[in-house]
Structures are given as structure tokens and as C-alpha cells.
Design a protein around this ligand. Structure first.
Ligand code: COA
Length: 260
């Protein structure tokens, strides 16, 4: 039987997905990527799941990148297909129709930083280290790093990190906007749960539409993005939750959203 490098459990509607290959600091080998892909297929079908947290096993590493031991077998002509496979999985995580939070508990290097960037929000433990060290191997980031990092933190800072393998700590990641919260070591998952519970108390269709408007709108011009925002809000205005939210406000009571 194939070794399990990815496991998840569900707590109060929150799926906690753990990358677990501690001897290699949770590096992403081929089976891990396949299992991550399958996990998100399962979570997509499971309507009990309202939100997801991705973390790494242990206290040292979130994910220390793609598995370098696999690189010797990959030839130049095979690399685009290899990279496209990883990109497709990361795109699937980014497009997951419910909120996804990265709880970064240590090294987030290469594919680890790229995985964190696919998540909606990133919470880092204070021992987290972020970087894109691929140039040390004569390579460039392959799972979206050259595209998502400059979009998140600007091209100059992204080039400093990618060209020079400048690794940044959690506080610097917070300052640059790569992460949204820094918490004491060992607390990232707990903080992610707390934030996710707050998000899940809001109208689920509204959260889904906000994610769609932000993610898809970033690919558009401002006017196309504004049009998308209006369309997405049209869907929200058509829900029972919109009436419940307005009534709850006027009646000075908490809203009881149904997700429809
Ligand atoms: N792929 C495969 N194995 C990896 C790995 C990776 N990306 N990152 C770490 N490992 C393995 C190491 O080879 C080592 O295995 P070993 O015990 O069999 O020798 C084990 O994980 C522990 O790593 P080690 O380097 O001894 O730990 P450290 O605390 O000294 O350093 C890092 C930690 C993360 C700084 C260092 O492991 C590192 O630089 N890793 C590579 C990061 C990288 O380049 N990622 C991008 C890949 S494209």
C-alpha cells in the first residue's frame, strides 16, 4: 500500500489537511502531490466541509519545497509537464470554493511558499521562514512562485527573494503582506481555526462570492473586475441569507445563515 503523506480530519466543519513527510521536512514528492490532489477532490465533494486549513507535520517545517531527490530524473523536455501537474493542483487549491487558510509552522521554501500563496489567508508561527531557493539548484520556482509572489508582494521584493535566495522570517513576511498574522510557535493551526470559525459565522454564499470576485477579478482590468463584483453581488442578493442578514440587523439579533 502507498505510504500516506497527506492526511486530514474534520473538526466542526473545518478540514485540517496535514502534509506529513517529516524525515524530508514535508518535501512534496510525487505521491504527496497526488494525495494532495485527491484530498482536494474529496473535500470538494464533501459538503460537510465549510473551510480548510493546510499545515505541515511537526514544529520544524510546513513544506521544504519540491522533493529535490526526484530532480535528477527529470529532463528539460519533461519539466514543463512536471511543473504543469503541480501548478494544476495548486490552482485547484486556490480555486476551492470555500475558504482555505495556510497555517505555516516552520520552513515554507520553494513549493512550500508556493502552496501557502495558493491559500486565501496565511498565518505564520514566529519560527516560520519563507523563501524560493530554486536558483541554488540552477532552477526557477515551478509551482507558481514567479507569478504569485510578485502579485502578492511586488516585483522588486519578489526578485530579491527569488534571484538571491533571500529568505524572510515571519515578521518580514507580515510586513511585506505575504502573511496576514504571526503567532507564537505551535499556535498557527489554533489561530487558523479561530479565524476560520469567524469567517464561517458569516453568509457562506457571500464568502464564496467574495473569494470568486477577488481571485478572478485580479486577472481582469478594473472595469471587468467591477462588472464581476456586481454579478457576484447579484447572486448574493438572490439568497435567503441576504433577507436573513438584513432582518437580523434590524431586529438586533445574530443572523442565522443557511447558505442559500
Ligand atoms: N527535498 C528533499 N529532501 C529535503 C528537502 C527537499 N526540498 N528539504 C529537506 N530535505 C531533507 C534533507 O535532505 C534531509 O534529509 P536527510 O536527513 O536524509 O539528510 C532532511 O530533509 C533534513 O534536512 P536538513 O537539510 O538536514 O535540515 P536543516 O535544518 O539543516 O535545513 C533546510 C533545513 C530547509 C534549510 C534545508 O533542508 C534546505 O535547504 N532544504 C531545501 C530547500 C529547497 O531548496 N527547497 C526548494 C526545492 S525546489
Amino acid at each position: 500500500m502507498e505510504k500516506q503523506y497527506v492526511h486530514y480530519h474534520i473538526e466542526e466543519g473545518i478540514a485540517i489537511v496535514t502534509i506529513d513527510n517529516q524525515p524530508a521536512l514535508n518535501a512534496l514528492n510525487a505521491p504527496t502531490l497526488n494525495q494532495l490532489d485527491k484530498t482536494f477532490d474529496d473535500l470538494t465533494k464533501n459538503q460537510e466541509v465549510k473551510g480548510v486549513i493546510i499545515t505541515g507535520a511537526g514544529e520544524k517545517s510546513f513544506v521544504a519545497g519540491a522533493d529535490i531527490s526526484e530532480f535528477l530524473q527529470i529532463k528539460g523536455n519533461e519539466a514543463p509537464g512536471f511543473m504543469a501537474r503541480g501548478q494544476k493542483i495548486f490552482n485547484k487549491i486556490e480555486a476551492f470554493d470555500r475558504p482555505v487558510i495556510a497555517a505555516v509552522n516552520g520552513f515554507a521554501l520553494g513549493g512550500g511558499n508556493e502552496l501557502a500563496m495558493c491559500c486565501d489567508i496565511c498565518i505564520a508561527a514566529e519560527n516560520a521562514i519563507f523563501g524560493q531557493p530554486e536558483v541554488n539548484l540552477g532552477l526557477i520556482p515551478g509551482y507558481g512562485g514567479t507569478q504569485r509572489l510578485p502579485r502578492l508582494i511586488g516585483p522588486g521584493k519578489a526578485k530579491e527573494i527569488i534571484f538571491a535566495d533571500e529568505r524572510i522570517n515571519a515578521q518580514e513576511a507580515l510586513r511585506t503582506g505575504l502573511v496576514q498574522r504571526v503567532v507564537p510557535k505551535g499556535q498557527a493551526v489554533e489561530e487558523a481555526k479561530k479565524l476560520l470559525k469567524k469567517i464561517l459565522s458569516k453568509g457562506p454564499v457571500a464568502i464564496k462570492m467574495a473569494k470568486k470576485a477577488i481571485n478572478e477579478g485580479l486577472k481582469f482590468s478594473l472595469s471587468e473586475g467591477l462588472n464581476l463584483e456586481a454579478q457576484c453581488n447579484g447572486i448574493c442578493f438572490g439568497t435567503e441569507d441576504k433577507d436573513e442578514g438584513a432582518k437580523a440587523f434590524l431586529e438586533k439579533r445574530p443572523a442565522n445563515f443557511k447558505g442559500k
